[in-house]
Ligand binder design. Structure first.
Ligand SMILES: Cc1cc2nc3c(=O)[nH]c(=O)nc-3n(C[C@H](O)[C@H](O)[C@H](O)COP(=O)(O)OP(=O)(O)OC[C@H]3O[C@@H](n4cnc5c(N)ncnc54)[C@H](O)[C@@H]3O)c2cc1C
Length: 367
């Protein structure tokens, strides 16, 4: 099986025909996601995973981004959890959850953000405590994707009163393990099928995945891969917006000419195409460097550039449709919304600049 071809087929046969219904019913398409065969992209073969390289994985995420960026994002997060559990989990966790996550029978969620702590992950206050019977977690998380829907959440928590990150751990918490609730599901501008909301943990039983001191590093390692996924998803959205506008502008006449024959429009489309070419190169370069010392900065460049470029392209392409760009009958308004989402998830554009500048400042010291 070629996973990129499978992703294109999934988009063609499942996402495009059913997206409106999923939105209307506000129902996460668990069955379709499970049947996609794309729920264990980076997991090892012994659990049924595809064990893809990062560049291969990014080709899959670009295809998924052509279908729907919110669904693609949820699959990115699930894949990060499946990879973390099968590669870094202890025997018990791997045994209990590895194959179920990889097959898509169970869904994975990731829970770092808190109501008062988004970009600054070291400000979290959720607390994990070791007891005689194992670990317990108490706290309040925000922006939990697949809230109430995922079966296993990787939760990032502090283990002491000390400020900073040296005591941060990452633990696996089962949705049905007791002490877990989802009191608020957010109302969003689109992607109603993807539940995102708050999660409370009250002495919830947990299994340690990364011990105190290694939790933030483990989380940031997973987030680096996720950031690269998001760049690839943005490229998919960007490519789809461009093709949609080209088709529409080819078939509509204004002032006796096709829309795409007007030079003002052509120059905007040319810029969108250059941005897409550049975004793909940045994403490819980042995927090739993931897991190396240059990985985080390379990923920051791609995550900084691609969602912004996709947002600009979606806006430009919507202009090609004139008033119709604003209608639900066409996907451009949704693309603008979703590109906005891609600018924020897994670390905002500004935070990518922070990562890049930190590296520049180190270089400045050596000049
Ligand atoms: C659709 C969606 C799904 C999400 N899913 C999850 C999930 O499943 N799990 C999870 O843990 N989180 C999730 N998040 C949360 C996401 O990771 C955070 O929203 C993000 O990290 C930003 O945090 P914040 O919104 O609290 O912004 P804040 O940290 O409050 O920042 C506010 C603004 O200030 C800017 N800013 C912050 N620091 C700096 C700085 N040093 N310099 C310049 N500007 C700065 C930010 O870029 C932002 O524009 C999700 C978010 C979205 C939108």
């Amino acid at each position: 099986m070629d996973p990129t071809v499978e992703a294109a087929r999934f988009v063609r046969e499942q996402v495009r025909p059913n997206l409106d219904e999923w939105e209307r019913d506000a129902r996460y398409p668990r069955g379709a996601v499970r049947a996609s065969g794309l729920t264990g992209l980076f997991a090892p073969a012994e659990y049924g995973g595809l064990d893809l390289s990062y560049p291969e994985g990014m080709a899959v995420f670009e295809e998924l981004g052509r279908g729907d960026a919110a669904l693609a994002f949820s699959m990115s997060m699930h894949n990060a959890v499946a990879a973390a559990v099968t590669r870094a989990g202890g025997d018990e966790l791997r045994e209990r959850w590895g194959a179920r996550l990889v097959s898509g029978e169970a869904l994975g969620g990731f829970s770092l953000t808190e109501p008062h702590a988004g970009s600054d992950a070291t400000a979290i206050t959720t607390r994990a405590t070791q007891t005689a019977g194992g670990w317990r977690v108490t706290g309040h998380k925000a922006w939990v994707s697949l809230a109430g829907e995922a079966d296993l959440f990787l939760v990032v928590a502090k283990t002491s009163e000390e400020p900073g990150h040296k005591d941060i751990a990452m633990l696996a918490v089962e949705r049905e393990g007791g002490g877990v609730a989802f009191p608020t599901i957010y109302r969003k501008s689109c992607a109603d099928f993807l539940p995102i909301g708050e999660m409370t943990l009250a002495d919830a039983p947990a299994t340690l995945l990364a011990p105190p001191g290694q939790g933030l590093r483990a989380a940031l390692g997973a987030i680096d891969v996720a950031r690269c996924d998001i760049a690839a998803i943005a490229n998919g959205l960007h490519a789809e917006a461009l093709e949609y506008a080209l088709r529409y502008g080819r078939d509509r006449q204004v002032f006796g000419q096709r829309v795409i024959d007007h030079q003002g429009i052509q120059w905007s489309l040319a810029d969108a195409e250059t941005d897409l070419v550049a975004g793909r190169l940045l994403t490819r370069a980042a995927a090739e460097r993931l897991g190396t010392p240059e990985g985080s900065v390379a990923v920051a460049h791609a995550k900084r550039f691609c969602p912004d470029a996709a947002f600009r392209a979606a806006t430009t392409c919507s202009e090609v449709l004139g008033a119709y760009g604003w209608l639900h009958d066409h996907p451009l308004a949704r693309f603008i919304d979703l590109a906005k989402m891609l600018q924020v998830v897994d670390g905002t554009t500004e935070i990518q600049r922070v990562v890049i500048v930190r590296d520049l400042l180190k270089r400045a010291e050596k000049l």
